[in-house]
Design a protein around this ligand. Structure first.
Ligand code: SAM
Ligand code: DTB
Ligand code: SF4
Length: 371
């Protein structure tokens, strides 16, 4: 079994050019916050270009960072990004909905909830062969991670879970990283997923703690944190992020980042989704997320979660190529590829290949076919 992209590669890159900024990270790399620095007044603040993970961000410090002049915010995000990652590389992940619709949860963004009326074809758990064929296709198109999503509230202890474990083993045998998003998991279920070779478990916080119950009422923020803890304890890496554009404030978004940054260690992957407003869901009429708000969120995530992969996730079909490029410049280094996310459209492999080529960027090392 071979995985070629299990961790961010800390490729040394040329140092940022010594332009003068309000905090000159070049000439005083170990200096504390200078006057005018957003981290000033935050007792835990240190070198603003440090990639040392911090778990004690205050909301005020996050807000000051987020609201910096965009060139300054981008400079800081890039300074951190190139220390911890190769800025020319993007991880390609492919999603598959292995069980679709009829979900008992009431997540107001989600077309798969049984509480809403989205035009969706329900599907029972797919068979293993279908899933593994899709994974092999994704691998051959350059994806290194295959993510299987199920419209479940939680994992059951039944034959279906055994089947998912077999799918995880099958994806690993293809030489790919395997990710699952199956709802809540118990410690024992997380251990079984780990034993099957699962690379990552996706479970999003979705938004900040104060806005959460405006979006979902059928499970709590603490339920989500418990699942994340169960997954971490089992030794599976964490993929956790959220959604922009559900009516939340900037502070709600930053509060979510604050909770993610409080986790020790930080989640290895942080998906930043822009809401896909689906007809038949309560959020169908939400306007699209402003491009600069997306870029600011990605840059802030890059700064506070320096070694995590920041994934530009749902919502790319309504983003221009230029907006996506700005997100890469802000530190996004992972995308979902393929024509479909779980149930909604995605730009597709050709468009992504062209985008990366035009930007002179590369997909992270593909897995060799046949391994
Ligand atoms: N049922 C499982 C759960 O909720 O944990 C796994 C699947 S669920 C579809 C995975 C994530 O997709 C959600 O937590 C949410 O962040 C994201 N998502 C769902 N619908 C979305 C939409 N319309 N726009 C953007 N993101 C969405
Ligand atoms: C994540 O944060 N985004 C992905 C993945 N994790 C599972 C899902 C996006 C779903 C978008 C709506 C859909 O296609 O159903
Ligand atoms: Fe169900 Fe997950 Fe959709 Fe919520 S986000 S309704 S839990 S599939």
């Amino acid at each position: 079994m071979t995985t070629t992209a299990s961790a961010p590669s800390p490729t040394p890159s040329p140092a940022p050019s010594p332009v003068t900024t309000s905090v000159d990270v070049e000439s005083s790399p170990k200096a504390g916050p200078a006057a005018g620095d957003p981290a000033a007044g935050d007792p835990a603040a240190g070198d603003p270009a440090s990639t040392e993970p911090r778990h004690d961000w205050t909301l005020d410090a996050l807000r000051a960072l987020h609201d910096l002049a965009l060139p300054e915010l981008m400079f800081r995000a890039q300074s951190i990004h190139r220390q911890a990652h190769d800025p020319s590389k993007v991880q390609l992940c492919t999603l598959l909905s292995i069980k679709t619709g009829a979900c008992p949860e009431d997540c107001s963004y989600c077309p798969q909830s049984a509480h809403h009326n989205a035009d969706l074809k329900r599907e029972k758990l797919l068979d293993r062969d279908t899933v593994l064929k899709a994974a092999a296709r994704a691998r051959d198109a350059g994806s290194t991670r295959f993510c299987m999503g199920a419209a479940w509230r939680q994992v059951g202890d039944d034959r279906q879970f055994e089947e998912v474990l077999a799918m995880v083993r099958g994806v690993r045998d293809l030489g790919m990283e395997a990710c699952c998003t199956l709802g809540m998991v118990t410690p024992h279920q997380a251990e079984r997923l780990a034993a099957a070779g699962l690379t990552a478990y996706n479970h999003n916080l979705d938004t900040g703690p104060d806005y959460y119950d405006k979006v979902i009422t059928t499970r709590t923020y603490d339920d989500r944190l418990r699942t994340l803890s169960n997954v971490r304890q089992a030794g599976v890496t964490l993929c956790s992020g959220g959604i922009l554009g559900m009516g939340e404030s900037i502070d709600d978004r930053l509060a979510m980042l604050q909770v993610l940054a409080s986790l020790e260690p930080h989640p290895e992957s942080v998906p930043i989704n822009a809401l896909v407003a689906v007809e038949g869901t309560p959020l169908a009429q939400r306007p699209p997320v402003d491009a600069f708000e997306m870029v600011r969120m990605v840059a802030t995530a890059r700064i506070v979660l320096p070694t995590s992969r920041v994934r530009l996730s749902a919502g790319r079909t309504t983003m221009s190529r230029e907006t996506q490029a700005l997100c890469f410049l802000a530190g996004a280094n992972s995308i979902f590829t393929g024509d479909k996310l779980l149930t909604t459209p995605n730009p597709g492999e050709d468009a992504d290949r062209q985008l990366l080529a035009d930007l002179g960027m590369q997909a992270e090392a593909a897995v060799a076919a046949g391994t």
